[in-house]
Ligand binder design. Structure first.
Ligand code: KIV
Length: 295
């Protein structure tokens, strides 16, 4: 890593509050994509429990386990050089007690290679945040639309729309900061409330559906790459249309395989007995099947 390629930490991210240098965050779930997002300049990579929906195909994040977050964390860590790595504490891994929260956070750091943990909630999880931070693990809060409370909210609904509701979200924001969080995700609130929270707090706010005035922004990686087709929430912008490209590439591949035009000679290994074959460099192969021993 060169000097310019410094590693982002919880401390360096908090230090960016108010200096105009917005925090660029994305979710990631595997090493290959993590490597690309890291190279592209993501400051933060989160293994969110959104993986329950976009990787596992569930309709909510509720089934995700600590084991699964750790599994994906190890993969993402192998692909990451600069970005700060945040692991999500999944549903029912921290709500029961501060002791449970601390034990789960410890597992994320020890088994998932995470550098900090994120947990949903405000006033009601302040004690959990305090205990985890006291043990030396940085905590990112998550307030506003908290997907683990989908059933209480009656769906994935924008929060804080009237003044009473906005004051509750503001109280959550302050509780998270006072408990020692180094930053906070603000999800699914009106832009005006995103701005109020950002102005009120001394820690950076990382918005998702919280308007343009937060100190940073996070999106689910498959959303910003245009891989989730069909319904797209208002706050998502596609910065690429990889979904279309994947479908098109699959059509081309299917056509070539059926027509017998792939694989051709240039993608085939030669006869080992021939002189040409001895100087041939086999391609990478699948890496785990026949041919990999020919490297
Ligand atoms: O689960 C998740 O991926 C998240 C981020 C989108 C903030 O909570």
């Amino acid at each position: 890593m060169s000097d310019q390629e410094h590693k982002h930490t919880a401390v360096s991210l908090t230090g960016r509050k108010g200096n105009g240098d917005k925090i660029v965050a994305l979710t990631a779930y595997d090493a290959t994509l993590a490597r690309l997002l890291d190279e592209g300049g993501a400051d933060v990579l989160m293994v969110g429990d959104s993986l329950g929906m976009v990787v596992q195909g569930h309709s909510t994040t509720l089934p995700v386990t600590v084991d699964e977050i750790c599994y994906h964390g190890r993969a993402v860590a192998r692909g990451t050089r600069r970005a700060h790595l945040v692991g999500d504490l999944p549903f029912m891994s921290f709500q029961v007690s501060a002791e449970q929260a601390l034990a789960s956070a410890g597992r994320l750091v020890k088994e998932g290679c995470f550098e900090s943990v994120k947990l949903e909630g405000g006033v009601v999880v302040a004690e959990q945040i305090r205990r985890i931070v006291a043990a030396g693990i940085p905590v990112m809060g998550h307030i506003g639309l908290t997907p683990q409370s989908v059933h209480r909210m009656g769906g994935f609904r924008v929060q804080g729309k009237d003044e009473d509701a906005a004051l509750r979200v503001l109280a959550d924001a302050e509780a998270v900061e006072q408990a020692g969080a180094f930053s906070v995700v603000v999800e699914g609130v009106p832009a005006s409330l995103g701005r109020r929270i950002t102005e009120r707090l001394r820690i950076p706010t990382i918005g998702i559906g919280a308007g343009p005035d937060c100190d940073g922004q996070v999106l689910v990686c498959y959303d910003f790459l245009g891989m989730v087709r069909g319904f797209s929430p208002k706050f998502v912008k596609h910065f690429a249309e990889l979904g279309e490209q994947v479908v098109e590439a699959t059509r081309s591949y299917a056509q070539a395989v059926k027509a017998g035009s792939f694989p051709d000679r240039s993608h085939s290994f030669g006869d080992v007995a021939s002189a040409a074959a001895r100087s041939e460099q086999p391609n990478r192969g699948s890496g785990y099947g026949p041919g990999s021993e020919e490297r």
